[in-house]
Design a protein around this ligand. Structure first.
Ligand SMILES: Cc1cc2nc3c(=O)[nH]c(=O)nc-3n(C[C@H](O)[C@H](O)[C@H](O)COP(=O)(O)OP(=O)(O)OC[C@H]3O[C@@H](n4cnc5c(N)ncnc54)[C@H](O)[C@@H]3O)c2cc1C
Ligand code: SF4
Ligand code: SF4
Length: 1024
């Protein structure tokens, strides 16, 4: 059958329509839908990339609110001949979510589980629902959706279906295609069609089924000859639903389900409205056998035998990953516990089911099998949940560390999911390793050994020679895949980087059959053109995010003199050894700032809602603009001139950075270490230099300068919250929210207290350090010194009770300051002056090895963070090495056996809220350790993101609502749920937020400890 080529609207999906068309599209969408219509350059730029190496500017973006919005948008786009690109989380690795189209983002408003049938084990869901969120709702029913992709916290079911996604446990459960029972979807002519079992289709769906069945019959011989016979084949369309070629049949009873045609179609055939999914029983128990191998090849050879034991996962961790894990103090114990000697690779072999004893028998069989294979005593067995979970976390984190390589060369995903039969796995991996070496690069291997899909990413610099190397490696890899009868695209789809390999994989006849399928469902090529059918070349550099100089629009950084030191990112890395050059030598004309921004590889991890802090502004808005990724993309486009002149200091950029609360959640949680809080300081410095500081900026930033004087007239300073109308006026004139009280001024500051005499002098502290090491310098910050001096005194009393000589630094007439408030308003020079003076004052103590102990997380941790990038030299490094939070100091000393005090029992439960910066620096566990010093205490940590106050952020009228929403996500409900508990929060703004939101007092851990000091009754009344 000769197929007419589809009447292309946009042949490759890469060219933008004329301006009038875009304008008409935006106009009509605004008039006819209720959705958010985003056509500005920044929004389009934020939707121009996914987790691939590609970038294509979309025509515009629609964030629909209702199903009708989607249907209308499809109609309007068809009228105006503008392609449509459906999108979930945008975490695809092959460029399938990029295109010159109207992008329709379902992830914000289409998140519902519509129905669950526990008995039949099925659920119907909207396409924008995230997998983890579905599974959280299924858990109470003892069910789950078992396609457990690594991006489960972000990936939407619509996107998973679009990509035919596969999880770590696919050997037991199959891919997405094996677990979809039905779909309802719009075709490009606007018809809404139900796709399901062929026996019960409506007229339109039946016609499609008959067309596909005929094609399958017609191409029977080619299918038999060319179709990869592995389960992990996700390329092309699922023409084989009528002639099964998969190792695992698509349905249990051999029947045909037309919904499977849409799975893996990458949004090219229809726009999915709803999906009905096959659920599985949640495994009641799991065990893990860690097999240690002396050589990588031995591990690869063993996989084919291990799968015969019926595991639910067999995952590889190679030597590089093992080394990376061992190098990280947090992961070392877990990894060490899994190792026997120094293996070249380990395989994590998981068994799960209902009956533990049956699983233990499987572990025994595993040990015996390894003995038979000549590797006795090679298995470490983990039967408890906690160590198993810890090891899976380590495997994930190892990948993250690998992805954080600095320099222009990055691990690139383009052959990372070729699937080969297990018998050939060892030969394939050996041969591909040789290919990498031939091209001057190297790959780290990990992941799904059970199904012959090992992930591997060679390091390539796409701006310099990467395109040619990528093609050469892909071509050689493809020959290997063919030699071993595997699938070139075995997990991540085709998109732009594998589309051209579809014809290679299946041959011209089947490729034409795919075209015919596209023609049958989408004859006008409306949906995601240029994917699967008529794809561009994978190495078309005009589609690269970082296009080389030879491309029509090469990626170019605009020179910029940064105010902070970003030289650590201004490096290049050796693609084989991964050793980086010295800081500052990478040739970045922005001093490393752009290179730091470019670390965001769009993996979308910041779209998470689970434990951790990142990213509170996204958690409440669900807007790509207010997400770490969205900000990094906007910055990247701006500093490379892609958003027009002066975009970096534009008001549009300010809007994008505005809701970043500087919580540093991303610094810790982002796999590649994108530190948006620091980037915001850099941005603000440039923005304010151009636009000037507001009066509010000056009042907030200079608080440490006027605090001493202001605290002499507290009655005057507090009038704002006492005089009727004053708060209203402060909102109108200064932008401080009238709904917030401000911190209360008082005259009895720390520095005016008679108790100052109880502090050790400089000489006494140095002498104590020299004799018994029991000395500390308390850094009393502006907030704890001025507004809550009882916290500072509580800390002094606790440390003195434990026998420490406590000294504190002050300067003429007042206190030192770390510069935090200035940084928050982009006044980096002023911050540097303040921090520099503080460091000078602390230096002699730090040099003597005396700990610098702080109470306010954001102030003390400035010494360990921003102070190191403000050009303060080696002194800052010396001081930073001794800077510890109060609780970190106590935990350290207690562990060393130097800290002991008598404490009374608290008599109440203790609930802890960690400040974001404490979380970012891993300092929360120390508070728990310290709280456990209280007799009988079992402190509970509130799983919360940012409290929403974030310094002065929540005090601003323009941020009040967002601030309260952040607090209401988990912190305030958790506090309300425990009216009987003592609430511990070390951050001054966190305490204020808790008081505003729940009318409960939260206290600093120092106050709690001081109030429980015994047997002497505390000099001051208990704090709670
Ligand atoms: C670090 C990392 C790890 C990964 N691990 C895995 C893994 O373990 N297993 C795996 O399979 N993949 C993995 N991926 C790839 C990716 O995360 C998955 O394919 C994921 O399921 C995509 O979901 P999404 O919501 O981001 O989809 P998107 O990227 O938004 O979309 C995917 C495709 O589906 C189409 N689509 C989206 N919504 C619809 C709709 N309503 N109707 C029709 N078409 C639609 C899109 O057009 C696109 O072609 C990984 C990616 C990264 C970055
Ligand atoms: S900011 Fe970090 S977590 Fe978010 S997409 Fe970029 S790299 Fe991933
Ligand atoms: S600092 Fe916090 S709010 Fe800002 S991008 Fe990072 S996680 Fe989001």
């Amino acid at each position: 059958m000769q197929i007419e080529p589809a009447k292309n609207l946009m042949p490759a999906g890469t060219q933008l329509p004329a301006n009038e068309v875009s304008e008409a599209l935006a106009r009509r969408l605004r008039a006819e839908t209720q959705g958010e219509v985003l056509f500005d350059a920044g929004s389009r730029g934020r939707y121009a990339t996914d987790a691939s190496i590609y970038q294509i500017m979309p025509v515009g973006v629609l964030v629909p609110r209702t199903e009708q919005d989607i249907a209308i948008a499809i109609d309007i786009a068809r009228d105006l001949k503008v392609p449509v690109l459906p999108r979930g989380a945008g975490t695809s690795q092959c460029g399938q979510t990029t295109g010159a189209a109207l992008v329709i983002d379902t992830s914000k408003h289409f998140r519902k589980v519509l129905a669950v049938d526990a008995e039949q084990r099925s659920a119907t869901v909207e396409p924008g629902l995230v997998l983890d969120h579905l599974n959280a709702q299924l858990k109470p029913l003892g069910l789950w959706y078992p396609v457990d992709v690594s991006t489960s916290a972000q990936a939407t079911l619509g996107g998973m279906a679009g990509n035919n996604s596969c999880g770590s446990r696919s050997i037991a459960y199959g891919n997405m295609v094996h677990n979809v029972l039905g779909a309802s979807a719009w075709l490009s002519d606007g018809t809404l069609v139900d796709f399901g079992p062929v026996a019960s289709l409506g007229a339109r769906a039946a016609a499609i089924a008959s067309h596909v069945q005929q094609l399958a019959l017609q191409h029977r011989a080619e299918i038999a000859a060319n179709w990869p016979k592995v389960m992990r084949r996700v390329a092309g369309y699922n023409l084989d639903i009528f002639d099964n070629q998969s190792e695992k049949p698509y349905t249990n009873d051999g029947s045909v389900n037309l919904a499977h045609l849409l799975i893996g179609a990458e949004g090219t055939l229809a726009f999915t409205r709803q999906l009905t999914l096959r659920l599985a029983e949640l495994p009641r128990t799991k065990v893990l056998g860690v097999v240690n191998f002396p050589t990588f090849r031995a591990a690869m050879d063993a996989a084919q035998h291990l799968v015969k034991l019926g595991p639910t996962a067999v995952e590889l961790v190679d030597r590089t990953m093992i080394e990376l894990s061992l190098a990280n103090p947090a992961f070392r114990p877990t990894m060490q516990a899994a190792l026997i000697g120094q293996p070249a690779a380990i395989l994590l072999v998981e068994f799960s089911g209902a009956d533990k004893s049956a699983l233990l028998a499987k572990l025994k069989a595993l040990t015996e099998l390894m003995g038979d294979l000549g590797l006795p005593d090679s298995v470490v067995t983990l039967t408890d949940d906690a160590p198993q979970k810890a090891l899976w976390e380590v495997r994930k984190a190892g990948l993250n560390i690998m992805m954080s390589l600095k320099g222009d060369g990055k691990p690139v995903s383009f052959i990372e999911d070729c699937a080969v039969p297990l018998e050939s796995l060892a030969e394939y991996t050996d041969a591909l390793t040789d290919v990498f070496a031939k091209h001057g690069t190297r790959g780290t291997w990990y992941a799904h050994a059970s199904v012959g899909t090992l992930h591997v990413r060679p390091i390539l610099d796409m701006r310099a020679g990467g395109a040619a190397k990528m093609r050469a490696i892909a071509e050689e890899a493809s020959l290997l895949v063919r030699q071993y009868k595997g699938a070139f695209s075995g997990e991540h789809g085709d998109g732009l980087c594998r589309g051209e390999w579809i014809a290679w994989q299946f041959g011209p006849a089947i490729n034409e059959a795919f075209r015919s399928i596209k023609h049958e469902l989408d004859p006008i090529n409306l949906f995601n053109p240029g994917k699967i059918i008529d794809p561009p070349r994978m190495d078309d550099t005009s589609l690269f995010r970082f296009a080389p100089p030879s491309a029509a629009r090469p990626y170019k950084r605009i020179p910029l003199t940064p105010v902070l030191d970003w030289s650590a990112w201004n490096v290049q890395a050796d693609p084989v050894t991964e050793v980086t050059t010295a800081p500052g030598t990478g040739g970045d004309v922005t001093g490393g700032f752009a290179a730091a921004v470019e670390m965001c590889n769009n993996n979308g991890h910041c779209r998470k809602f689970d434990a951790g802090t990142m990213c509170p502004s996204y958690r409440v808005t669900r807007d790509e603009q207010h997400l770490t990724r969205g900000r990094a993309n906007t910055l990247r486009l701006a500093v490379s001139g892609q958003l027009g002149p002066n975009a970096f200091t534009s008001t549009a950029m300010h809007e994008t950075m505005d809701l970043c609360v500087g919580c540093k959640g991303c610094k810790r949680d982002c796999p590649t270490g994108v530190d948006m809080a620091r980037m915001k300081i850099e941005f603000l410095a440039h923005y304010k230099a151009e636009h000037g500081h507001t009066l509010q900026d000056r009042l907030v930033a200079r608080l440490p300068e006027y605090a001493a004087a202001a605290s002499r007239v507290p009655w005057l300073m507090n009038l704002r919250d006492a005089l009727p109308g004053a708060a209203w006026l402060s909102e109108k004139l200064l932008g401080f929210s009238a709904r917030r009280s401000l911190p209360k001024w008082r005259s009895d500051t720390f520095w005016r207290s008679a108790e100052l005499a109880t502090l050790a002098t400089r000489q006494q502290a140095l002498a104590a350090a020299a004799t018994n090491g029991k000395a500390a310098v308390l850094f009393v910050d502006t907030f704890n010194g001025t507004f809550e001096s009882e916290n500072a005194w509580a800390a002094v009393r606790v440390l003195q009770a434990a026998g420490y000589a406590v000294h504190s630094v002050a300067k003429d007439g007042g206190h030192h300051c770390c510069g935090r408030t200035y940084l928050a308003r982009g006044m980096v020079d002023a911050a540097k002056a303040r921090a520099g003076a503080l460091i000078d004052a602390l230096l002699p103590f730090a040099q003597a090895g005396i700990a610098i102990v702080g109470l306010e997380p954001s102030c003390l941790l400035t010494l360990r963070d921003e102070a190191l990038v403000m050009g303060l030299g080696a002194d800052a490094v010396t001081v930073s090495a001794q800077a510890l939070m109060f609780e970190e100091f106590i935990a350290r000393e207690a562990k060393a056996g130097r800290f002991a005090i008598d404490l009374k029992a608290a008599g109440k439960p203790i609930l802890l809220h960690g400040h974001c910066h404490q979380k970012a620096f891993g300092a929360v566990s120390a508070i728990l350790d310290v709280l456990k010093l209280i007799p009988g205490a079992q402190p509970e940590l509130i799983e919360s993101s940012c409290c929403g106050m974030a310094g002065s952020f929540g005090y601003e009228a323009s941020h009040h609502a967002v601030s309260m929403q952040m607090a209401e996500l988990s912190l305030l409900p958790a506090v309300r749920q425990r009216p009987d508990a003592i609430i511990v929060a070390d951050g001054t703004s966190c305490r204020h937020q808790i008081a505003d939101g729940t009318q409960r007092e939260a206290i600093h851990v120092a106050r709690l400890l001081a109030s429980l000091l015994g047997p002497e009754p505390s000099a001051r009344p208990p704090a709670h």
